[in-house]
Write a protein of this length. Structure first.
Lengths: 466, 305
């Protein structure tokens, strides 16, 4: 912006009409009527992209009644600092802030307020949307209207998730946080949230960092510890006689957990272990390595869109080594996009839509009726998380933290997975199944073919002391 | 690592690079000729992929899907050039970045409304599936080979267009002095619309070609957009030749880095730290390449003086 001063001489008796016209054009910063040879003094800012001469000519000089002008360009503005003014501002800001806090504090007296931070846009959006829809379905079915859920999109970015958590805790005053899909985001958000006395119920991410030494009495994982599904995968591959698998996972906490879990339950020796960039979409280089590796099987963990890309490219590569993986690359949300490339692949999961129990049948039916699509395991996890919360609310008020925690630990709710209990570090003890991708009509889905591990807990219970 | 594996990885790198070239060519033309930073280029890539997936689902024809991706992305390009971009040529780059960033959000949300948040299905046709045997016993995916060919054909036609045709002369002239060629009687705004539509169509084509082997989902364009920016910075802004060389350099660096670095570290580190260090370093490799190039050629490999 360029600052200019324009002195304006008007035809006699026209000064105020001219001033009025300038005001109507909304171009002035300041405008005075003055004594002396000129009638008006105008200060204005011209955008630096504009030609000043043209601006004055087009926007000012065409006003009827102006006789002549003198335009002065301004260079540097000198000003003295006003420390007092700054202090005043800070003071009134503090007062306003404390008033706002007092009002906000008074507003959240009863019911429970849940903050859901989940991924609703970008590559991992399908996962967050399923968790949210499952969660909200359970809340709606409970008939309780004192559960307020604030939902925000973390865009799969840890920094945004941290900001959202701060906002939810400090200005929204939520009692319970939930919703995070990705382990790196959970590690960034959960420790600070539980340290401030909030409860965190994880509907998905279960990083080992929060299951072992980093466990906390207010942190509950309703889905699984990250290692679990891969541990089942390791056990299953051993049982089936595969001794030299090729391992593939993204380079982030859950990827490391998954392969750790696999190796601890697999009796053979992996021929290679490859970590890819999170969000990578082209796997030609890895598939070439698989082709050359001489492995007898491939075990991969690539959730969401990464799994779609890998499976399609793998099917096209002509490599015929059988692939296996945890359920995350075979969930209902992505199977349609993979198409026939996934048919027949065995994967491990704690849930499947054909699990036989009453809760699950009702869940699958009502989810399909409400959203017009089949639920994925993420949706079942969101549904179970909400039902756990509702079951605890029926017993204790969230303001009584000890009683509420005990009610959560009891896990007295009907899970879509049938039996469900918490281990000492607040992670599930549950059966883990082997599923196979099948085609029903023109829909690709999963069918349970066996149990890989029953009543399975996790490897970090002993490291947790709370 | 055997020589065969190395050649296969080099082919993979070439294919990745050629795909990046399709993105970067449009971006560098638009920036070079029109002086416009177009962040929404990734959205046009996404538009192409979604158009292809929709048409393939409706008609079952992959060729029609490719045509649709090309046409739809070009059409979307014309629309945004006419309604939005045209107002931005005289503004500074910050305004352009803001407006085209807004376009990203509008396109993403619009696509989500139309197609939903879940990935769409798009697969290559049967006659492009499977593998072919190359000389020396290299087994390679036919479809990836076709991508390399298509990319090279597009590159050759672009060179021919820029160097040998009247429109190419005008584009080069517009790059040098847009006021002068306007004064010489060339309809500069029509030329800009054409260049923008061409860039958009190439991005759309890339989206459809790649969508068939990756996932077609909202937000698929942005990671590629970042790489395309790296490519044009390395190649030199405004240069088609630079975009081609830069894209192939980036493709090869990324692919070979991913496969060679962990093996390289494995020579003197224990396996677990070698794999994680190799994986971390290889995801940085293209940026290291960019730093290296900029240190010695601050305007990129083929950047103007």
């Amino acid at each position: 912006m360029n600052c200019i001063l324009a002195q304006i001489r008007c035809r006699p008796g026209k000064s105020y009409a001219v001033a009025n016209e300038i005001c109507l054009r909304e171009i002035q910063s300041e405008l005075y009527s003055t004594s002396g040879p000129f009638d008006l003094l105008l200060k204005l800012y011209v955008p630096s992209s504009e030609d000043i001469g043209k601006f004055v000519n087009d926007r000012i000089l065409d006003i009827d009644g102006i006789e002549r002008t003198v335009t002065t360009l301004m260079f540097k503005a000198f000003r003295n600092n006003k420390p007092n003014g700054g202090n005043m501002k800070l003071k009134s800001f503090l007062i306003a802030a404390s008033l706002a806090t007092a009002i906000a504090g008074a507003a959240s007296a009863e019911g429970v307020k849940v903050g859901m931070i989940t991924t609703l846009s970008g590559g991992g959006a399908g996962l967050g949307i399923d968790v949210r829809d499952g969660f909200m379905l359970a809340v709606a079915q409970s008939g309780r209207n004192d559960i307020e859920v604030v939902i925000e999109d973390d865009q799969r970015k840890p920094d945004i998730a941290v900001q959202l958590a701060d906002k939810m805790i400090q200005s929204e005053k939520v009692d319970v946080l939930t919703g995070i899909i990705w382990s790196n985001l959970a590690i960034a958000v959960v420790p600070a949230a539980v340290a401030q006395g909030k409860f965190y119920l994880s509907p998905n991410a279960g990083p080992s960092a929060l299951a072992g030494k980093g466990c906390h009495q207010n942190y509950f994982n309703v889905a699984w510890q990250n290692d679990n599904l891969s541990e089942a995968g390791g056990a299953y591959l051993s049982d089936e006689g595969f001794t030299s698998p090729f391992l593939l996972a993204p380079n982030y906490p859950a990827g490391h957990d998954m392969l750790t879990g696999f190796k601890s339950f697999h009796k053979g020796e992996p021929v290679n272990e490859v970590y890819t960039k999170l969000g990578q979409t082209d796997y030609a280089a890895e598939i070439a390595q698989i082709r050359a590796s001489g492995a007898d099987s491939v075990f991969f963990f690539l959730p969401g869109g990464m799994g779609i890309s890998f499976l399609k490219q793998y099917a096209d590569s002509g490599v015929d080594i059988p692939v296996f993986g945890p359920a995350f690359s075979f969930d209902q949300g992505i199977l349609q996009a993979v198409g026939a490339a996934a048919l027949g692949v065995k994967n491990t999961s704690q849930w499947s839509k054909d699990l036989e129990n009453e809760t699950n049948a009702a869940f699958v039916e009502s989810f399909q009726a409400k959203y017009g699509r089949l639920p994925s395991l993420y949706a079942s996890q969101g549904f179970d998380t909400a039902n756990l919360l509702i079951s605890a609310l029926a017993v204790a008020d969230v303001s009584d933290a000890d009683a509420f925690r005990a009610a959560l630990e009891a896990a007295d709710f009907a899970s879509t997975r049938g039996d469900f209990a918490f281990a000492a570090n607040h992670h599930p003890i549950q059966d883990i199944y082997v599923r196979e991708v099948i085609q029903e009509g023109d829909v690709f889905t999963n069918k349970i073919v066996g149990i890989a591990l029953s009543d399975h807990s996790n490897a970090y219970v002993d490291q947790c002391s709370m | 690592m055997s020589l065969l594996l190395f050649i296969e990885q080099a082919l993979n790198g070439l294919q990745f690079g050629v795909m990046l070239f399709l993105m970067a060519a449009g971006l560098t033309l638009v920036f070079g000729v029109m002086g416009l930073i177009n962040l929404a280029h990734g959205s046009l890539y996404m538009v192409g992929a979604f158009a292809a997936a929709a048409v393939a689902a409706a008609t079952g024809s992959f060729l029609l899907a490719l045509v649709a991706s090309f046409v739809c992305a070009a059409f979307a390009g014309v629309l945004i050039e006419f309604f939005v971009i045209r107002r931005l040529y005289d503004r500074d780059h910050l305004d352009q970045v803001l407006a085209t960033f807004a376009l990203i959000l509008i396109f993403s949300e619009g696509t989500r409304w139309t197609f939903g948040s879940f990935p769409l299905f798009l697969d290559k046709p049967d006659w492009l599936s499977g593998t072919v045997m190359l000389p020396f016993g290299i087994e390679y995916s036919l479809y990836r080979l076709v991508i390399i060919l298509v990319g090279l054909i597009v590159a050759a036609s672009l060179f021919w267009m820029i160097a040998r045709t009247r429109i190419g002369i005008r584009i080069r002239a517009g790059e040098n002095d847009r006021e002068m060629i306007g004064a010489l009687g060339v309809n500069i705004s029509l030329l800009y619309t054409f260049v923008f539509a061409l860039g958009a169509a190439l991005a759309g084509l890339a989206g459809a070609l790649i969508g068939a082997i990756q996932s077609v989902q909202v937000g698929m364009g942005e990671p590629v957009l970042i790489l395309a920016f790296v490519v044009i910075v390395i190649g030199g802004i405004g240069s088609i030749k630079g975009a081609l060389i830069g894209a192939i350099l980036v493709g090869l660096t990324d692919t070979l880095g991913r496969s060679l670095l962990p093996a390289l570290f494995g020579l003197f580190l224990e396996p677990s730290s070698a794999t994680s260090l190799g994986a971390s370093l290889s995801s940085m490799s293209i940026y290291l390449l960019m730093i290296g190039v900029l240190l010695f050629r601050p305007k990129g490999l083929f950047g103007g003086v």
